[in-house]
Each structure stands twice: as structure tokens, then as C-alpha cells.
Design a protein around this ligand. Structure first.
Ligand SMILES: Cc1cc2nc3c(=O)[nH]c(=O)nc-3n(C[C@H](O)[C@H](O)[C@H](O)COP(=O)(O)OP(=O)(O)OC[C@H]3O[C@@H](n4cnc5c(N)ncnc54)[C@H](O)[C@@H]3O)c2cc1C
Length: 491
């Protein structure tokens, strides 16, 4: 193909998830011709977005303020909703707390300041919002709706992708499915001039003024997980899209983009060992196994390896997933007795369980050395307490001199029947990514923008550290996606 035959669009957007489609719409709104490259077939479009509940965290002044986003909300329904304002200070405090203050201040300021304007803009693009499903069906009964995640996209993550894709088609954005970005092309100045793309039949170049990388994290790339997050993570099950393999990270870093953020961190969780290797929208939500606080976890040698009661599962499930993956074969066995069984999360009902009337019998059925497992349980029981579980409070009932300790809910495991569930670690998404400025421009190792290159969404580093904040992932993808589109179109 000669230079003159090469396809050309003003803006190339890599990926077709939330961040990407917001970028495409914003660029098109500025008059740019836009192509979206989606590695997946239409049935798997949108990476991790379809796996979410579609919640958005943004600044608002309470239910009266949200009425303009909810045209079907009647006065009667609005009058029954109690929802406090969610202020910029609330947003800042929540994000700072979960990320231990490590979120980059400039990105945080932009995210918070642009959150509500971006929601308004998405609404104008054709995104509909849902609050209706959270209003009490009982006539006259008040509905207290938490203010932090005021609205969700209509029909959650899948609905969001469908609405944004429809909006893109309406304004003339070209979407190429099963077409992946392989590398970035550069001119003599080092600026990005397009991409090398690959579809089912050929590999070819597409030229552009601007390329926006919105192709997700590297959670579905076993090699990158092992290299960056740490040993064991190559074995993790992927809870979301199989297509997010860090292609954008590698392509950008090959031409000098600066990595930033917590590359050894990710969102993960203990998960059923029989979960699919990569996400399946129908079952992903049923796979986490987070009731380990109410029993013990052992490895295939029948030995405990972690403090199961360090804190509430909401605070510890990421590190538990990691701890499990470092054990032999990356698996562990959660063991409970009849005192704990009534308190297990409902989703355990879908697991293969092994049941027995004694620990020795349980070990035999699990294929674990029974003498070792009995010794483990006996050592635990010697230091554990009698009584019932109080799962909703940090009960302080701990072991006294056991390695590893169990710091809360150390209740004896001695009331048969005993049940066991085999679990492994699942990864949701990664935190490490590319350094951008508040105009979504990708920066090089000297903090200088790489001409023609932008990024938005999960590929951006410096936002989440240690933990993520619910519904802030979609919000930052939309905020920086919109900015990237406007900037790329305006070159
Ligand atoms: C189970 C689960 C639950 C979650 N729950 C929430 C939640 O409640 N709230 C929240 O805010 N976040 C949640 N997240 C995270 C959320 O999904 C991400 O923050 C969000 O989807 C990231 O959006 P994105 O547009 O950056 O990437 P994605 O939505 O993942 O999109 C990436 C796109 O890039 C494409 N792609 C990848 N490589 C290439 C390539 N080489 N060429 C072309 N295309 C490519 C992919 O196919 C995909 O379309 C959850 C994630 C999972 C897995």
C-alpha cells in the first residue's frame, strides 16, 4: 500500500469501551473524522465495561439536582427519594482514603471538577440513567439512595456500551471490529502519525493527527501480570475481558511513554477455582468467595498461610487473592463448620463443596494429608474461642500465639458438618499505566507530551493505588476520554 492509499482519519481511538467511545464522540463533536479500532468481535465489545454495574461517581447536589438527568422521574417519585448531596470534598476524601493519598493531585482535581459536567455531556450524547430500579415499589415508602453513586447507566455496563456505540454511529464514527492496534507509527519529529492495525485478513497502516489509547489494562496478559504484579499472578483467573492484554502500554512505552502508578498493584479477589479462565458476563459476579473471615484457609499441604481475620473482607479481599496465588498451584481451601455455614455469602451456593463429619474425613475427600490438616485445625482450636460468629463487627476474638494469627473471628472449628471450598485468585483490573497530563496527553520520561498521543481509562496510571474506588473507574474513563477526544481533534 502506498502512502496515498493509506486510510486516514483525523483521530484514531484504540478500544471501544467507555473511555474510548467518550473520546470518539468528543473528537467527532469537534468536527474530526474518527475511527474506533476494537480488537474484539461485536459480541465482546467494550472490554471490562460490560462487566460493571454501570455506576458513576460524580459531584451533585442531591435528588433535585439530578432531576434534569432523569426526564421520566415524577414529582411523586422524587419526593420519596432521600439522597444527600455528594460534594467535591466527599469525592476527594473518599478517593484519598482508599488510595492512601497516592492519587496524583492534578488528575484528582480534574476528575472531580469535570465529573458532573461530563455526566451532563454524556446525557446530551444520548446516555440514559437509572435511578428508578432503586425506588421502593411500596407506595409512599421513602427510598434512601446512597449519594456517592447517584446514578447508574441504563441497563448497567452493557447498556452503557450500547448507548455510546449507538451515539457514535449516529454522528458518523467508524467502528472496525476484530481490528487491533499493533504498534504506533511516528514521524521524524517523534510525533505519533497513526497505527499499524491488524484485522482477520491483513496488517496495514492507518494515518492520523492523533491517536487515543483507551484499550484497558494488562489484566488479561499472564506474562505481564507475573512480571509486574508478582509471582503467582500469572496463574490468576481473569474476571473481565480477555482482550485487555496491555497492548497500549507496550506500544506507548516502546516509543518512550512514561510508566507511572502502582504497577505491582491490582484489584483482585478470591474466586471459585472453577470460574472460567476469562470473564463471562453471565457468571462473573457469582464467582468471588469472600467469606474466609469465618473459617480458616489452608494450602494443598493442609497448612494455614494467612491471617483470615485481619479485617472485614471488603478491606482484605485483594490481598487474600494475592496470598492464595502464591501457594502451590495458586489454590487454597476455605474450611467452615456448621456455626459459620449460615453466614456464608449466598454465592457459595453455586460452588462445588466437599462435606464431611470430621476434619480427617474432610482431608481424605480433599486429597490433603489428614494428619497435617488435623494438626492445623487442632493448633487453631487450642487458641480459638467458643461462641457464635458476629460477622458484622470486628469482634477482636483473636488467637494469642499462632503463626499466622487470626486477628478477629477466631471461633473454634469444631461443630460438624465441615465444608470446604477450593478457591484461587481472580484479577479484576490493573492499576499501573501511562503518565498523562490533565489534557490526557501521554508524557515521555522527561514529562514532555509525545505529539499526537493521548490516553484515557484503565490504561492511565496514577489514579488508583492499593485500592480502587467504586464507580470512579468509569467516571475517570469518561472525564479523560472526553478531554482526549477534544484535544486530539483540536491539534
Ligand atoms: C468484574 C468487574 C467489575 C467492575 N466493576 C466496576 C464498577 O462497579 N465500577 C467501576 O467504575 N469500574 C468497575 N470495573 C472496572 C471497569 O470495568 C473499568 O474501570 C472500565 O471498564 C475501564 O474502561 P476502559 O474504557 O478504560 O477499558 P475497557 O472498558 O476495558 O475497554 C478496553 C477496550 O480496548 C479493547 N482493546 C484492548 N486491546 C486492544 C487493541 N490492541 N486494539 C484495539 N482494541 C483493544 C478491548 O477489547 C476493549 O474494548 C469492573 C471491572 C470488572 C472486570
Amino acid at each position: 500500500m502506498t502512502e496515498s492509499q493509506k486510510p486516514y482519519f483525523d483521530v484514531i481511538v484504540v478500544g471501544a469501551g467507555n473511555a474510548a467511545l467518550c473520546a470518539a464522540l468528543a473528537a467527532r463533536e469537534q468536527g474530526a473524522s474518527v475511527v474506533v479500532l476494537e480488537k474484539a468481535p461485536p459480541s465482546e465489545q467494550g472490554g471490562n465495561c460490560p462487566f460493571t454495574g454501570g455506576g458513576f461517581r460524580f459531584v451533585h447536589q442531591g435528588i433535585d439536582d439530578l432531576r434534569s438527568l432523569l426526564p421520566d422521574l415524577t414529582y411523586d417519585e422524587a419526593g420519596r427519594i432521600e439522597m444527600a448531596p455528594y460534594t467535591a470534598d466527599d469525592f476527594r476524601s473518599h478517593l484519598t482514603t482508599v488510595t492512601h493519598g497516592d492519587t496524583r493531585a492534578d488528575l484528582m482535581d480534574t476528575l472531580i471538577a469535570q465529573s458532573r459536567p461530563t455526566i451532563d455531556w454524556m446525557t446530551a450524547q444520548g446516555v440514559r440513567w437509572d435511578i428508578y430500579s432503586r425506588i421502593s415499589a411500596v407506595a409512599g415508602a421513602p427510598s434512601v439512595i446512597p449519594n456517592a453513586v447517584g446514578l447508574t447507566a441504563w441497563e448497567s455496563g452493557p447498556g452503557l456500551i450500547e448507548m455510546l456505540t449507538t451515539a457514535c454511529r449516529r454522528v458518523g464514527v467508524t467502528v472496525l471490529y476484530e481490528t487491533e492496534m499493533v504498534t504506533l507509527t511516528q514521524g521524524v519529529s517523534g510525533s505519533v502519525t497513526g497505527v499499524v492495525a491488524k484485522d482477520k485478513s491483513e496488517t496495514y497502516e492507518i494515518g492520523s493527527k492523533g491517536v487515543i489509547l483507551a484499550c484497558g489494562g494488562f489484566e488479561a496478559n499472564a506474562e505481564m501480570r507475573g512480571e509486574h504484579i508478582g509471582p503467582g499472578w500469572e496463574l490468576a483467573k481473569v474476571r473481565g475481558s480477555r482482550h485487555n492484554t496491555g497492548d497500549g502500554h507496550r506500544a506507548a512505552m516502546t516509543i518512550g511513554a512514561q510508566p507511572i502508578g502502582q504497577w505491582d498493584g491490582c484489584h483482585g479477589t478470591p474466586i471459585d477455582v472453577d470460574a472460567p479462565a476469562t470473564g463471562d458476563v453471565q457468571v462473573t459476579d457469582q464467582m468471588p468467595r469472600r467469606s474466609y473471615t469465618l473459617g480458616i484457609m489452608v494450602n494443598l499441604n493442609g497448612q494455614r498461610f494467612v491471617d483470615e481475620g485481619e479485617g472485614f473482607a471488603e478491606q482484605t479481599f485483594v490481598s487474600m487473592g494475592q496470598a492464595i496465588l502464591t501457594q502451590e498451584k495458586g489454590v487454597a481451601i476455605q474450611i467452615f463448620d456448621s456455626r459459620a455455614i449460615p453466614h456464608l455469602e449466598g454465592r457459595y451456593g453455586g460452588s462445588q463443596k466437599v462435606e464431611a463429619d470430621s476434619i480427617g474425613q474432610l482431608a481424605e475427600r480433599l486429597g490433603v494429608d489428614s494428619a497435617t490438616l488435623e494438626a492445623t485445625v487442632n493448633a487453631f482450636n487450642e487458641q480459638a474461642h467458643d461462641g457464635e460468629y458476629r460477622p458484622r463487627e470486628l469482634d477482636g476474638r483473636s488467637t494469642t500465639d499462632l503463626e499466622p494469627p487470626k486477628s478477629n473471628w477466631a471461633i473454634r472449628l469444631d461443630k460438624p458438618p465441615f465444608v470446604a471450598f477450593t478457591v484461587t485468585g481472580g484479577i479484576t483490573y490493573t492499576y499501573g499505566g501511562l503518565k498523562i497530563d490533565t489534557n490526557s496527553r501521554v508524557l515521555d520520561n522527561d514529562d514532555k507530551p509525545i505529539g499526537g498521543l493521548y490516553a484515557a481509562g484503565e490504561i492511565v496510571g496514577g489514579i488508583f493505588y492499593h485500592n480502587s474506588l467504586r464507580a470512579a473507574g468509569l467516571m475517570h474513563g469518561s472525564v479523560f476520554g472526553k478531554i482526549a477526544g477534544e484535544q486530539a481533534a483540536g491539534i
